[in-house]
Design a protein around this ligand. Structure first.
Ligand code: MRU
Length: 352
């Protein structure tokens, strides 16, 4: 299942809102279509929305260039498109990172190239971002499998939301680690939280794992404690949307609860995320913007009203797990054990 593909100046996005029932691709030829696809979660998952936004900037650049603007007009209009893409979802920093990367490259290229050449350079950069993302997943998979698979006994793992191929341009972050362990015969079973309200676990993680013949059992979110107590969970692995400089980690709502439960049961809790998910400008998780989504997502299940239509609702899409609940952050450059301000500073200083 390919999450996204760039073909003939068009960004094709697998419409994840229709999974698992239907595999249909959206064809985006304008940056506004990419923004809307990100907003409605047709494409979702931090790394995937970063890659989609990088291509969105290419669509914007081509569209703006076709009107024959001067370089200043081109830059101003591209900045406007960048703000539109960046504003589609607030929590995953990969989106901001990808837009800024494209914008900085455009400014630099414009100083010595035409607007049309600049659009070409942005296209090459978006393709490279996609390839890099796939490469990073492979590295995370290897580091994660080496860490978790040390005992060489098949593991029972619990995961939350979808941090798989559908959330990236590669094999996934958390599911990339699980896939790598599975290739080595080291997965006994994966328990997938269904992930209310939008069911990314039930719809997406289950689909990915079953298609790869990795044993998976679906549970509702409120079963996690009992499953930890009774099913011999060896580790929890989740993805991340933004990691602050002290290791506090924003991920899908419910992740924090899973981390607290893992601590209570003495189960190691791992986060898998590429460097583009770290936001070292934020000293801790309190400043991470948390997206609040439409209240009908909670009032309804797959479109069907399950409560009173006028009930008050709180619908944060993410929560922040304090760093001291995290055993290790698996990155494409290695593992940060017991993440905190000091270990992150040392890790990023070493890595440059
Ligand atoms: O709202 P979503 O589906 O975009 O949320 C996705 C998550 O929370 C993922 O766990 C995270 O983006 C990591 S994806 C590799």
């Amino acid at each position: 299942m390919k999450t996204l593909a760039w073909k003939n100046h068009t960004l094709q996005l697998l419409d994840q809102t229709r999974l698992p029932g239907e595999k249909r691709y959206l064809c985006c030829t304008r940056w506004q279509e990419v923004r809307d696809a990100i907003r409605v979660l047709a494409v979702r998952g931090a790394p995937a929305i970063g890659v989609a936004a990088a291509y969105g900037m290419v669509l914007a650049a081509r569209d703006i260039a076709s009107a024959g603007p001067d370089k200043r007009q081109f830059e101003v209009q591209l900045e406007e498109a960048g703000r539109g893409l960046d504003g589609a979802r607030p929590t995953a920093v990969n989106l901001h990172w990808a837009v800024q990367k494209q914008m900085n490259l455009a400014r630099k290229t414009l100083s010595s190239h035409t607007v049309a050449e600049t659009a070409d350079v942005l296209e090459q950069s978006a393709c490279a971002t996609e390839q890099d993302d796939a490469e990073m997943d492979r590295h995370m998979g290897q580091f994660g499998a080496a860490e978790l698979g040390r005992s060489r006994h098949p593991l029972t793992i619990l995961t939350h939301c979808n941090a798989g191929a559908l959330a990236t341009a590669g094999i996934g972050t958390a599911l990339g680690v699980i896939r790598t362990l599975h290739e080595e015969g080291l997965i006994h079973r994966v328990y997938a939280d269904e992930t209310r309200p939008l069911l990314q676990g039930a719809r997406l993680t289950v689909t990915e794992l079953m298609e790869d013949q990795i044993p998976v059992t679906l549970i509702t979110d409120n079963m996690a404690a009992w499953v930890m107590k009774t099913k011999g969970i060896n580790a929890v692995i989740v993805g991340a949307d933004r990691i602050a400089a002290n290791g506090d980690t924003a991920n899908k709502i419910g992740t924090y609860g899973v981390a607290v439960l893992a601590r209570a049961h003495g189960i190691p809790f791992y986060v898998a995320a590429p460097a583009s998910t770290f936001d070292l400008t934020l000293s801790d998780g309190t400043a991470i913007p948390i997206e609040e989504r439409n209240h009908d997502e909670v009032r309804r299940l797959s479109g069907i009203l399950t409560t009173r239509p006028d009930v008050d609702v709180f619908n944060p899409a993410f929560d922040v797990t304090p760093h001291d609940y995290i055993t290790g952050i698996i990155t494409e450059r290695g593992i940060i054990h017991h993440p905190d301000a000091a270990s992150l500073t040392a890790f990023f200083r070493k890595e440059g």
